[in-house]
Write a protein that binds this ligand. Sequence first.
Ligand code: 87F
Length: 516
Amino acid sequence: MSSGGKGGGAKAGGGAKGGGGGKKKEVKKETKLGMAYKKDDNFGEWYSEVVVNSEMIEYYDISGCYILRPWAMEIWELLKEFFDAEIKKLKLKPYYFPLFVTENVLQKEKDHIEGFAPEVAWVTKSGKSELEAPIAIRPTSETVMYPYFSKWIRSHRDLPLRCNQWCNVVRWEFSNPTPFIRSREFLWQEGHTAFATKEEADEEVLQILELYRRIYEEFLAVPVSKGRKSEMEKFAGGLYTTSVEAFIPNTGRGIQGATSHCLGQNFAKMFDITFENEKGAREMVWQNSWAYTTRSIGVMVMTHGDDKGLVLPPRVAPIQVIVIPVPYKDADTTAIKGACESAVYTLNESGFRADLDTRENYSPGWKYSHWEMKGVPLRIEIGPKDLANKQVRIVRRDNGAKVDIPVDNLVDEVKALLDDIQANLLKTAKEKRDACIEVIHTWDEFTTALNNKRLILAPWCDEEEVEKDVKTRTKGDLGAAKTLCTPFDQPELPEGTVCFASGKPAKKWSFWGRSY
Ligand code: 87F
């Protein structure tokens, strides 16, 4: 058994009663399980409770820093495995650059660092003595890497240069820290590439964006929209920014899932990254950078979690099937245990992540709640009746449905159920997200939709002044509204459609809303 002992915290409420006949004496000793907060009543507290009780997160004594426990790290590893395999196909190579950067180098690209400066954390001492010059901790690695790109790239034969690193970064945020969603240190991959032509760079931006869409939709079962950021919201150091955007219906906030930037030649200019082309002339490279972070796990928790805790999509569940023996009084416990072990063995052999909970100091009912809290997609119960009938009971985490299936069909049934859960989670999340999308045309409709926590699709003139104006006019306790992205998938824009905010001719449909 790989699970850590005491379940999630000792919060009161909804404690498991030890169904299935665990010995009474033992039930009393158990830690109470259950969620004190409901998703619809107090989303913020509910979220904190889910990430802690599911044993993903432990709070730490520095605000905005969190311990990622195996239940979170194993999800991160599964995402990483997929992404690494895919970028390998695109000829990306693994690198590791240092955590530290000098002030000089960090300040080199002014546009890039401007605005971000307050978030940069500095090391100023070693032991008791002041350093000669403070050293920054990377908030991102453009300035760390690009001086070496300049050194390594000489000729067109050195291109494309494609580098990816998995690492931590530090951004000393001051607004409301939230596990996974906004933390002062987080994990990500950052891809940095250089090409001879803009066309190659443009192509890669979209290839990577598609991988991000797949991480969200095919793994995390979270629907996202691909699109382009406005001039105001793009990465200031780059040429244009694309992103995948998710939406959290409970809070009515959009959330940027990942970004893929074309940096153009700005950094090439600043860091002198040039190559000799086939005709012997010097040219500047075209660059991209792109990243997704552990935030993606938080978006998944917010999207699927319910009042019993976490709900994991099978493709990212560290344990997909948990097998629990249900030994009623006088039952043949050895035979039940044997049947459980055999089920786990069969499933593992077929490539499923299955595990057995044989802990004797917890009742079956307590275990049900424990694994529900951790979001395991399927639970298999085996008791004396199941043993006699050569069957197992399977219970789904996503909808609670129970089926009894013959042991001989175990592998096929589990496969079908896991596939169905994976598809069902995405479908349900998409229906919920789509139900929040509101197409609006006027300012009044816009403010009403905003108050109703909608994801707003509005015709826009695409002028920066207007976006600024919308921000000013919507300022308040909940934060201002802004553009989330201009989706690539554009509805028809009939001739004569005007901007909801300025009344000028509309150029495009954009998503607007409050965001994380
Ligand atoms: C915070 C402090 C200092 C974001 C920051 O998106 C610098 C920055 O440059 C900063 N926060 N950014 C933008 C990061 C751009 C880009 N970097 C590579 C990415 C993808 C990965």
